[in-house]
Design a protein around this ligand. Structure first.
Ligand code: BES
Ligand code: ZN
Length: 880
């Protein structure tokens, strides 16, 4: 078997380019059969020591027509053209380079570079897509100003957009028209954007803190024009938040968002011209759930916040991706928390981190937040870079405090505005602004793996002292067998028997006593002794999840129930419930495997019930508390996973809890109906969360009895949150009504692409029998599915991967199905295909039989001819 060798890029090999490109003048002529691209670049030698260096530009799949230097044609004998590069050996020190090439956007299914979707043109250049448009230094440390002229047929493509300000426009011959855009800010090529098509615009404006008025525009296809209000409001909220919290004002006169249904990611922060997946921008109460509203708010915020953290200050190279993504995710999380409930948001972030990032950090694809090598950078847009990257920013925020962090960010912009920088530059700014040395935190960026922290407490009743010992360790990860100790901030309290935080005073410390304290573990093992501790405390550790670690502390069930009921930190109350679920379900799973009878966890169910009924608590928080930990998450904590045992254990747990709560769930279900028009705010979302969690509990207490409530909610719902909650519950019940309900839902929504994605995902949820597997095969052939649209693929194949029981089916058919989809997807869209390899990355945790099946599928993928480098890299890494 012949295996292509992957070309790996290393961080340690970083070199600046010998030339800089200061300005680019781009000219696009869009025709149905091809697009002509003419680029005129101002090129200069960077420094004298580079004299004599060749100019090596990157281009992929381009048809080169001509090259000119200072207006003169360069003969093809004077340059060389390889698969990836255009190399000019002898060039002046300061000159104008003109390149003319052709591309075929209508044949581009990778959705990277310039491509067509529903007849319109859109571009996507991050990370390395600009090279599919024209030859360039397609890397983030080459920043230039751009002028872009677009010419196209006027009736088919009435709207022509690019970055910056519209400078001129007019008609040309043959029914064509043109438009010139000028972007005054220098930017790397990955932030370039172009859109041409028949689009409708939604307009609004924002007055900045200095009184400037900014035109805001959201472009969609005409049928979606009525679904932009929420995104527009979110954009204005984000602009205001960045002014208030970071003193950052929008630097542009125009800010445009374009919605496109074929898109690999959620959205892209191109300067002044964000391009969004329709799924991350369009919403109306009847067609979008509360979860979609939340996502839109955070994605709109995220891309807007990149305007400073990413665009004004960008990354020196792609190894520094977390510089912009980690920080911007942290910013969007804080933004969402400022508008919604802080603790509910924190709980959601941590569940996401544990569900997506922890397994990545524990599997064969583990990598540092700042990786030191890659074959395809597309594979590093991971939960580790994003979510763990954001957690590092959060730790720094907690350690420095709000003001200190702000001072650090101010200095970061003062020093680096307009530059392409590194993680070390970022940490240096935070350190210098606060006159502290934060270098130790760099290890969080360099070292992969989730630290394990073991805590132990000892109370001395005679001395009235409590000694807390923390030990850290980290398992080896690929390429890093020895791990250093990291700085781990622990925000903690000590509870007395009534649940009050006792004053905390460390021995040797003067009389400062706080009810909550931040202590930082730096060594492999450290201890802290608290004095004047009047009774044996119950410790509440890592409040707010103050560090992205796995904590183990030997709590008894009684202590966990106490924390669930009494902790002053709501995050830790939720966390205690999670530990209880996990412990109990693992116990039930073991009993099931050993053929013992399963014992209902009554004490826990009752404890959950009283918190669930506590009206003084936020409704969304109560709903989250009863979101029984998923199989995927619990499986991470098990040594020998039995898929069947785990499934039965969780089901038993859920059903016994649900039965204990049946009366109270029915009561809350009725009490929290809201019959008024849909509103998106903490109160209204909370009511729907609690009502739908109650319906979920009723379904698990007694499916037959709950069915009529579910059916009536499905028929009478006035918003998609309720309608979808009912549909997904009903789909999960093996009953005669479910196929009719699915058909009716399809008929009702068949013209709404995004709603149909949810309809597909709902059918991937049921774990019982062969339902989801068979549906997956049917849906592949359904008109609602389209293998070229990433949202559809996510809904179907992604939905299937989340179905723990079906994906891990003992026959191996689940693995085979996903692998086959990856193979066919790889031919059209390698970026998306490669992302499915994650589903296989933790094969080492499974039983021997499944390990072999999973590895077998990975080998089958690798044996494919012409596999993309994206998929080849991730699949090889997944194999370990
Ligand atoms: N810059 C990314 C989008 C991107 C990533 C484009 C990789 C091409 C390749 C953007 O800022 C982003 O991170 N988007 C996220 C959403 C965000 C809220 C975390 C996404 O698209 O999922
Ligand atoms: Zn981003």
């Amino acid at each position: 078997m012949q295996q292509e060798v992957l070309k790996t890029v290393y961080l340690k090999d970083y070199q600046p380019t010998p030339f800089v490109i200061t300005h680019v003048d781009l000219h696009f002529d869009l025709y149905e059969e091809k697009t002509d691209v003419r680029s005129k670049m101002q090129v200069k030698l960077r420094q004298k020591d580079f004299v004599g260096s060749p100019l090596v530009l990157t281009g992929e799949n381009l048809k080169l027509i001509s090259v000119k230097i200072d207006g003169k044609l360069v003969d093809s004998s004077q340059y060389s053209l390889t698969e990836e590069n255009l190399i000019l050996n002898e060039v002046p020190e300061d000159f104008i380079l003109e390149i003319h090439n052709e591309i075929k956007p209508h044949e581009n299914t990778s959705l990277e570079g310039l491509y067509k979707s529903n007849g319109n043109y859109y571009s996507q250049c991050e990370a390395e897509g600009f090279r599919k448009i024209t030859f360039f230094y397609d890397r983030p440390d080459v920043m230039a100003t751009y002028t872009t002229t677009i010419e196209a047929d006027k009736s088919q493509y009435p709207v022509l957009l690019s970055n910056g300000n519209r400078k001129a426009s007019g008609d040309s011959s043959n029914g064509r028209h043109w438009c010139v855009w000028e972007d005054p800010f220098k930017k790397p090529s990955y932030l370039f954007a172009l859109v041409a098509g028949d689009l409708q615009v939604n307009r609004d404006s924002f007055i900045t803190c200095t009184g400037r008025s900014i035109n805001l525009e959201i472009y969609t296809r005409s049928e979606d024009a009525d679904k932009c209000d929420f995104a527009m409001q979110s954009l204005k909220n984000a602009m205001k938040w960045d002014e208030e919290v970071y003193g950052l004002e929008c630097d542009l006169d125009h800010y445009m968002i374009v919605a496109v249904s074929d898109f690999n990611m959620g959205a892209m922060e191109n300067k002044g011209l964000n391009i969004f997946n329709t799924s991350a921008v369009l919403a109306s109460p009847s067609s979008a759930t509360d979860r979609i509203y939340e996502r839109i708010e955070s994605v709109v915020g995220h891309e807007y916040f990149h305007n400073w953290t990413g665009n004004r200050v960008t990354c020196r190279d792609w190894f520094q991706l977390c510089l912009k993504e980690g920080l911007t995710v942290f910013r969007d999380q804080e933004f969402s928390s400022s508008l919604g409930s802080k603790e509910v948001n924190r709980i959601k972030m941590v569940s996401e981190l544990r569900l997506r990032q922890f397994p990545e950090d524990a599997g064969t694809m583990a990598h540092p937040v700042r990786p030191d090598s890659f074959a395809s950078i597309d594979n590093f847009y991971t939960a580790t870079v994003y979510e763990k990257g954001a957690e590092i920013c959060r730790m720094l925020f907690v350690v420095l405090g709000r003001e200190g962090f702000r001072k650090g960010i101010d200095l970061y912009f003062a020093r680096h505005d307009g530059q392409a920088v590194t993680i070390e530059d970022f940490i240096a700014s935070l350190s210098d602004a606060n006159s502290v040395d934060l270098q130790e935190y760099l290890d969080w960026y360099y070292q992969a793996g989730t630290p394990e922290v073991k805590a132990h407490g000892a109370y001395n009743a005679d001395l009235r002292t409590y000694t807390l010992t923390l030990k850290q360790s980290c398992k080896p990860t690929p390429g890093q067998s020895i791990k250093k100790a990291l700085p781990i901030p622990n925000l903690m309290g000590l509870l007395d028997q009534q649940g009050h935080d006792m004053p905390l005073q460390l021995s040797g410390e003067e009389n400062i006593s706080e009810s909550q304290k931040l202590i930082v573990l730096r060594k492999n093992e450290e201890e802290w002794t608290f004095t004047n501790v009047k009774q044996k405390p119950i410790p509440s550790l890592f409040r707010q999840f103050s560090a992205p670690i796995n904590l183990s502390f030997d709590y008894s069930d009684e202590e966990l129930i106490f924390l669930l009921a009494k902790d002053n930190d709501n995050f830790n109350r939720w966390n205690a419930a999670g530990i209880l679920f996990e412990k109990t379900i693992i116990g039930l799973s073991d009993s099931y495997v050993e053929g013992k009878s399963l014992v209902a966890p009554e004490m826990i169910a009752n404890a959950l019930k009283s918190v669930y009924m506590d009206e003084s608590l936020d409704r969304s928080f109560r709903a989250l508390l009863l979101n029984v930990t998923s199989l995927a998450e619990i499986s991470q904590k098990m040594q020998d996973i039995s898929v069947e045992g785990l499934y039965q254990g969780r089901k038993f747990m859920l059903e016994s809890v649900a039965r204990t709560m049946e009366d109270c769930a029915l009561d809350l279900f009725h009490k929290n109906q809201d019959l008024g028009p849909y509103e998106f705010n903490i109160e209204a979302v909370g009511r729907r969360d609690l009502k739908n969690r109650s319906l979920f509990l009723l379904r698990h207490a007694n499916g037959e009895k709950a069915k009529s409530l579910i059916l009536s909610q499905l028929q009478n719902a006035t918003n998609m949150t309720d309608e979808y909650a009912a549909l997904s519950l009903l789909t999960d019940i093996d009953c005669a009504e479910r196929e009719d309900a699915l058909d009716a839902f399809y008929q009702k929504w068949k013209n709404n692409d995004l709603v149909l994605n949810a309809w597909i995902s709902a059918q991937m949820i049921p774990m019982e029998k062969d339902y989801a597997y068979e549906k997956a095969q049917e849906l592949l052939k359904h008109p609602a599915f389209n293998a070229l649209n990433p949202n559809k693929v996510w809904a179907l194949v992604g939905g299937f991967c989340l179905n723990f029981v079906q994906f891990h089916h003992a026959s191996g058919r689940g693995y085979q199905f996903v692998a086959s989809q990856m193979i066919s997807l790889d031919r059209t869209n390698p970026q998306v295909a490669a992302r499915f390899a994650r589903a296989f990355s933790d094969w080492q945790r499974m039983d021997k039989g499944r390990q072999q099946l999973m590895q077998g599928e990975l080998h089958r993928i690798l044996a494919e001819k012409n596999l993309s480098k994206n998929t080849r890299e991730v699949v090889s890494k997944a194999l370990g």
